[in-house]
Design a protein around this ligand. Structure first.
Ligand code: SF4
Length: 403
């Protein structure tokens, strides 16, 4: 992802955190920034996407493209999936470009400055498209762990504010609408989009300006919540620990009727269980973060009082699988009994063929059964599970009625 954000105290990508917890930016400074193989892989995937945007929308010879692409492919983290996901990214950008009545101006990896709203704020938009009265900014996300929505997304809005500022000298006040798109092809085929007017975007920028100022100046207010997830200090933050160890809070939601002891009074109501589930969710995440931190500390040679690292469960494996199989065959077992002949999975075949050919040749064979019911808070964007619809889908599927 964008290199310049490494140096911004209030980065766009961490905006959902510092907008909620204004203490976070300075608090995090004491903890070392780390990178992971996933992050490096994401960086490489962005480079592939950037190259393809330039090839698609700007003059670039095939030779230059091939030379640059071959160089990227030599990276040990390159894998063929990046080729497919970047193609999907280009497909979406092409569709977005076709929404304009005339070909829009398209640029990749645009550094934008949103310091009018956020002190020292700047970052990089993966793709900016401008035409008519609409600015379209797109962010490619290679991660497949957490699905990110473009709706009310402060990262996208800050990029958009920066892009408005950058292109204002060229386009003046002709830009009236801003379309913000997140493409996360490894977990969702359709992009997530939010469109708002330029005026509404600027008004939003005004609302966050004082919060950004407070976060920049410090010390700010510690406010634990879901946004702690990517905070570098999430395990060592005392405010988060205080909230999660405030057991009195839990007592409040389980009223006891001591004057009239009965089995009823000793049984949690469904409302109480709903409330406890909400409160306990953050507690579980926090505990997991503490475990990760403690294990890493011990593995790094440190000590966590009362805890040690042990080897986890492992499975047996052959030192040399080919030699082992040969030994089985030599023992007289038939090959048909030794080998399983399995077709590739649906996802692997889609990666092999590409989305378009896959849908063309295999689309009619694909069904998507309703997933197993799982508990989710009311705020979850998915529709509530409907047992009747699930039964119907199962019956239709078994009779071959769903396509
Ligand atoms: S862990 Fe949460 S509360 Fe603590 S500084 Fe980070 S974001 Fe703020």
């Amino acid at each position: 992802m964008p290199t310049p954000e490494k140096h911004a105290l209030l980065s766009a990508s961490s905006a959902s955190r510092w907008l909620n917890c204004t203490a976070a930016p300075h608090f995090e400074e004491q903890f070392q920034k780390t990178t992971s193989e996933y992050a490096e892989e994401g960086r490489l995937a962005h480079s592939v996407c950037e190259l393809k945007v330039l090839k698609k929308f700007t003059p670039m010879s095939s030779r230059t493209f091939t030379t640059r692409y071959n160089k990227l492919k030599k990276d040990p983290l390159y894998n063929v999936e990046m080729d497919k996901t970047s193609e999907l990214y280009i497909e979406h950008l092409t569709e977005a470009a076709m929404m304009y009545s005339r070909p829009p101006a398209v640029t990749a990896e645009v550094v934008v400055d949103f310091s009018d709203y956020v002190p020292g704020g700047f970052g990089t938009c993966d793709c900016v498209m401008i035409g008519g009265d609409t600015l379209n900014i797109t962010d490619y996300k290679h991660g497949k762990g957490v699905l990110v929505s473009a709706e009310n997304n402060p990262q996208m809005r800050l990029y958009a504010l920066g892009a408005l500022k950058r292109y204002q000298p060229v386009y003046g006040n002709t830009i009236k609408n801003v379309r913000m798109t997140i493409i996360q092809p490894r977990i969702q085929s359709e992009p997530s989009v939010e469109t708002i007017t330029a005026d509404a975007l600027i008004a939003w920028g005004e609302t966050i300006r004082p919060i950004a100022q407070q976060a920049y100046m410090g010390p700010g207010d510690f406010r634990p919540g879901e946004h702690c997830r990517f905070c570098r200090g999430k395990a060592q933050c005392r405010a988060r620990a205080d909230v999660n160890t405030a057991l009195e809070e839990f007592k409040d939601c389980v009223p006891r009727n001591c004057s009239a002891p009965s089995y009823g009074a000793n049984t949690l109501t469904d409302d109480e269980i709903g409330d406890l589930l909400v409160r306990g969710k953050e507690l579980v995440k926090w505990y997991n973060d503490l475990e990760d931190y403690a294990l890493q500390t011990i593995l790094n040679g440190g000590q966590i009082s009362g805890w040690k690292a042990v080897a986890g469960r492992s499975v047996r494996t052959f030192t040399d699988q080919d030699a082992a199989i040969e030994a089985v065959l030599a023992a007289g077992y038939d090959e048909a009994l030794v080998y399983d002949r399995k077709p590739k999975t649906l996802t692997a075949l889609e990666q092999l063929m590409g989305k378009a050919e896959f849908m063309d040749k295999l689309g009619s064979f694909v069904v998507k059964p309703l997933g197993k019911p799982t508990l989710a808070p009311m705020s979850d964007k998915r529709e509530a599970y409907n047992p009747a619809a699930a039964d119907f889908a199962e019956a239709a599927q078994s009779s071959g009625g769903i396509e």
